[in-house]
Design a protein around this ligand. Structure first.
Ligand code: G3I
Length: 316
């Protein structure tokens, strides 16, 4: 059977899967991700708390390990993520900052991290999850001290540090039309008009079986109409566990719909799944009783969901 990456490439798209450092010691994981996917995203290894746990002390071990693994498999890497309120070390989150001092902290973090990986990563999620569900700004240290300006600061700093990486703004629950998607659309429109170097919008796409927004594809195309690239950056489609046969068939359709929406959108460059095997997923610990969200099961058997991706990519 054709691999996911060969099918995706024939459609002009990449297909990726997130990986965490602990998973890399699993030979089955290594083998399948290398065989099936073009790219990976570190699940945790390039976040602020991993890379700069204390001010000015940088530790690239986890990120470098993922990058080296990816390179050994001929895969590329999406950097994730530079400015995010979560997995942010206490020294940043609780610091007593002024506009000047927090600006310097953000600049130093982005300069150091983006420069370290310069020329090796194809995308960066520069800012992540800045909106509330109603489209207002999330209350974070960045917003409290700098207002909206932290976004343009982050993008301009990242662009200067690596002119070749595509720079993304990334969020969840922007998968269908609604106030959060409208906020994203309006912000990117405004910042691009001001010359802020935003290349793409990442729709994380953490979804629920049977509940794909009916506007999923039109929403993606609406983002693309801004002249940016779009990507599905963290796709998974969860359900109550263990998944039933009926839910499996629905999950097949849901993967076909979501991956198919990217295939149908010329500016959609690719899809990253947030892992690929139910053996390793963030969902059961966050949503007890839910999971089974990925295209391979815990024992590395392909699920119906896998066939949904194949069908979306034009395979049989
Ligand atoms: O590293 C510590 C380890 O030292 C400790 O012993 C262990 C005990 O719980 O925890 C480890 O940290 C965990 C970390 O993953 C690394 O495994 C955290 O508890 C756990 O909360 C963390 O979860 C990650 C989550 O982001 C946190 O926000 C998930 O793996 C990761 O998949 C998930 O990814 C996010 C994206 O970055 C942004 N979008 C949503 C997505 C899903 O939540």
């Amino acid at each position: 059977q054709a691999t996911l990456k060969s099918l995706a490439a024939a459609k002009g798209k990449y297909i990726g899967a997130a990986a965490d450092n602990g998973e890399l010691i699993d030979p089955r994981f290594q083998q399948i991700i290398g065989e099936q996917f073009h790219s990976t995203t570190p699940g945790n290894g390039m976040k602020w708390d991993a890379i700069e746990p204390r001010q000015g002390t940088f530790n690239f071990a986890k990120g470098d390990e993922i990058l080296a693994f990816a390179q050994s498999k001929g895969m590329t890497v999406r950097g994730h993520t530079l400015v995010w309120h979560s997995q942010l070390p206490g020294w940043v989150a609780n610091g007593n900052w002024t506009r000047e001092t927090l600006t310097a902290v953000i600049e130093n973090h982005i300069n150091t991290v983006v420069n370290h990986y310069k020329g090796t990563l194809f995308h960066w999620d520069v800012v992540n999850e800045i909106f509330n569900e109603d489209g207002t700004w999330r209350d974070t240290v960045f917003y409290r001290v700098l207002g909206e300006d932290f976004v343009s600061l982050a993008f301009r700093t990242a662009r200067a540090a690596d002119p070749n990486a595509k720079l993304y703004i990334n969020d969840y629950n922007i998968d269908g039309s609604g106030p959060k998607s409208t906020a994203m659309f309006n912000l990117v429109q405004k910042l691009r008009a001001e010359g802020v170097p935003i290349d793409g919008i990442g729709s994380q796409a953490h979804l629920i079986v049977g509940s794909i927004p009916s506007s999923f594809e039109s929403n993606l195309q609406n983002f693309a109409s801004l002249g940016v690239d779009v990507a599905l950056t963290e796709l998974d489609i969860r359900t109550s566990t263990p998944i039933s046969e009926a839910k499996s068939q629905q999950q097949l359709l849901d993967y076909k719909t979501t991956v198919g929406a990217c295939v149908n959108t010329p500016s959609c460059v690719g899809v990253t799944i947030w892992g690929f095997t139910d053996r390793y997923s963030w969902i059961p610990s966050t949503f007890p009783g839910e999971g089974d969200a990925l295209p391979w099961d815990k024992n590395y058997n392909r699920k119906a969901a896998h066939d949904g991706i194949v069908l979306a990519l034009g395979g049989t």
